[in-house]
Design a protein around this ligand. Structure first.
Ligand code: SF4
Length: 215
């Protein structure tokens, strides 16, 4: 089975509790959303077909135990669950970055899903599949990209609502939108409200500010 691949590269994981670790990235092509702050629009269409074996051969060259499947939106492609399963069976720890609009339960439960919940500032918050909140494993992570106070209040209210999975103790990430939300201001809001969330900055953009990529 072929997948359309935008790029495969080796870098530092920048957006999750795994931030700072060397990581092999597989960026798949295509996305069903158009977020206002998107920095990977080059992945909407550009890419080449590759077999799962060809992808894994390239990943193996990096000799890195951590692999992230990202996009675009990886779950748009039918072959993505098979790719993830084969990477896991090969002994890799696999992260999946997904935009939260598609059913995450198709992926192997050993995979660590880093799932966005889109806030109003993305202009795509009506696409969230909130049924995914009932499909999370304890090792999964939820990420809110915060562009301002309205997004912060949206995320806070959702976390405190009856719809939030009360028994789920995974990591909740609050990520300030690059060049839009001052991280220190977001830190103050989190502390004022005593939220049990992790503030995370986009580490790869601090390391390499002129280079795009990431969500
Ligand atoms: S930020 Fe992610 S989900 Fe949003 S349009 Fe860009 S690639 Fe798609």
């Amino acid at each position: 089975m072929n997948l359309k691949v935008n790029e495969i590269f080796y870098s530092i994981q920048g957006e999750s509790s795994y931030a700072g670790l060397p990581c092999a990235f597989i960026r798949l092509s295509g996305c069903n959303l158009r977020c206002s702050y998107c920095d990977t629009s080059y992945a909407y269409d550009q890419g080449e077909p590759m077999s799962i074996n060809e992808i894994i051969e390239q990943v193996d060259l990096f000799r890195c135990p951590l692999v992230e499947v990202t996009g675009g939106e990886p779950l748009l492609q039918a072959g993505t669950p098979s790719l993830i399963e084969k990477l896991l069976n090969r002994g890799y720890r696999v992260l999946l970055e997904t935009n939260g609009s598609l059913d995450i339960s198709r992926t192997d439960s050993r995979c660590i899903r880093i799932m966005d919940i889109k806030c109003p500032g993305s202009c795509e918050s009506d696409k969230n599949d909130l049924a995914n909140l009932r499909r999370l494993s304890p090792h999964d992570q939820i990420k809110f990209v915060i562009t301002g106070k309205k997004d912060y209040e949206f995320a806070k209210q959702l976390i405190r609502s009856d719809g939030w999975p009360s028994g789920w103790n995974g990591t909740i990430l609050f990520s300030p939108a690059y060049n839009a939300m001052p991280p220190a201001t977001l830190a103050e809001w989190i502390l004022q409200d005593h939220l049990d969330v992790r503030l995370q900055v986009q580490l790869h953009k601090i390391l390499w500010p002129r280079v795009g990529s990431g969500r």
